[in-house]
Design a protein around this ligand. Structure first.
Ligand SMILES: Nc1ncnc2c1ncn2[C@@H]1O[C@H](COP(=O)(O)OP(=O)(O)O)[C@@H](O)[C@H]1O
Ligand SMILES: [Mg+2]
Length: 220
């Protein structure tokens, strides 16, 4: 199987507002795809459908051959935790937990001793070159540091695909460039598939492929 993700005929409506309209797309294994489009064109909603955060009104999504559209809630939650990593514009770290505890959080439902969880979190923080901040809470960290921690958390369960919704949107261009380089490195050296939303033309141009969205539709 060559595709990590296949979506067919996706629609999503909130009340009477159609936000995603008949979207079909595939992402190949190891591909780095950038999703672009104006604010309000439905990018975040589409990402939520593709990653199983939200269910479509109609249509189907499968990741690595497993349908995530009709699975039971518990099965879906487990599958998502194992197969999918998610990185947000606003980091979405838990303020009361330290950096390493944030990274280790998705390991929790797995039966794993605290020492092992910490070891795995530290390994990833090391890879993100932020292990010296392991004991700090998010409020003590800069935006770039928070996003490194969020990427470490997204990687903790060895996902096959990462969804990133404007991961550099809250960062200055230099810090954003560094975060983009981390994603590129993960793509190049680990063959990770990535679907990233970005406003930045320059960042988008450096991806394998660009998907354009307009008014809820994929236009090219
Ligand atoms: N939960 C929701 N309920 C109602 N409308 C929503 C909801 N989420 C998004 N929308 C609407 O869907 C449209 C697309 O939003 P979004 O997917 O966030 O676009 P983008 O990420 O491209 O800016 C917007 O008009 C937004 O107001
Ligand atoms: Mg958005």
């Amino acid at each position: 199987m060559n595709n990590i993700l296949t979506a067919t005929g996706l629609n999503k409506a909130f009340d009477n507002l159609e936000v995603v309209k008949d979207v079909s797309l595939t992402i190949k294994k190891g591909e780095f795809v950038c999703l672009v489009g104006k604010s309000g064109s439905g990018k975040t909603t589409l990402l939520s459908l593709l990653s199983g955060l939200e269910q479509p009104t109609s249509g189907e999504v499968s990741i690595n051959g497993t349908s995530i559209t009709n699975s039971l809630e518990n099965d879906l939650a487990l599958f998502r935790r194992k197969a999918i990593g998610f990185v947000f514009q606003s980091f979405n770290l838990i303020p009361t937990l330290s950096a390493w505890e944030n990274v280790a959080l998705p390991l929790f439902p797995v039966k794993m001793e605290k020492e092992k969880r910490q070891e795995r979190a530290m390994e990833l923080l090391g890879q993100m070159e932020i292990d010296h901040r392991a004991e700090h809470r998010p409020s003590a960290l800069s935006g770039g540091e928070k996003q490194r921690i969020a990427i470490a958390r997204a990687l903790v369960n060895y996902p096959e695909i990462i969804f990133a919704d404007e991961p550099t949107g809250n960062l200055d261009s230099e810090t954003g460039g560094a975060i983009m380089n981390i994603l590129k490195h993960l793509h190049k050296n680990r063959g990770l598939s990535i679907l990233m939303v970005s406003h930045d033309q320059e960042l988008a141009a450096s991806c394998d492929r660009i998907i354009h969205m307009k008014d809820g539709e994929v236009v090219s």
